[in-house]
Unconditional design. Sequence first.
Length: 111
Amino acid sequence: MNRTDLTLIIVSSIVIALVLGWSARWLFDRLNRAPHGADENGLDPIEAAKEAQKKAEAELKRIQLEYASEYNQLKAELAATMEGLHSARQRADLAESDLKALQSEEPPVAD
């Protein structure tokens, strides 16, 4: 075996190894095909982000409704309190005017 034959054998064995390696890799990828960019659960990152966005929007809407309800309740309580305060002021003014009227009257003279 001369030098040329040895070189051809080595080169051909390297080429065959490359072709076999590439074929094995292609076959492995073909059998274990997963979507590009998929995570462990098989969800696409875009789909996962959309799902997270939907959950966040639902949570935001729930919180907004909760705060709107609480705001309306506090507003009603404030209106009731203001009405009670107005009524109490009117009664206090009436009591004060009645007291002044009683004080300005002459006390009855005892016989």
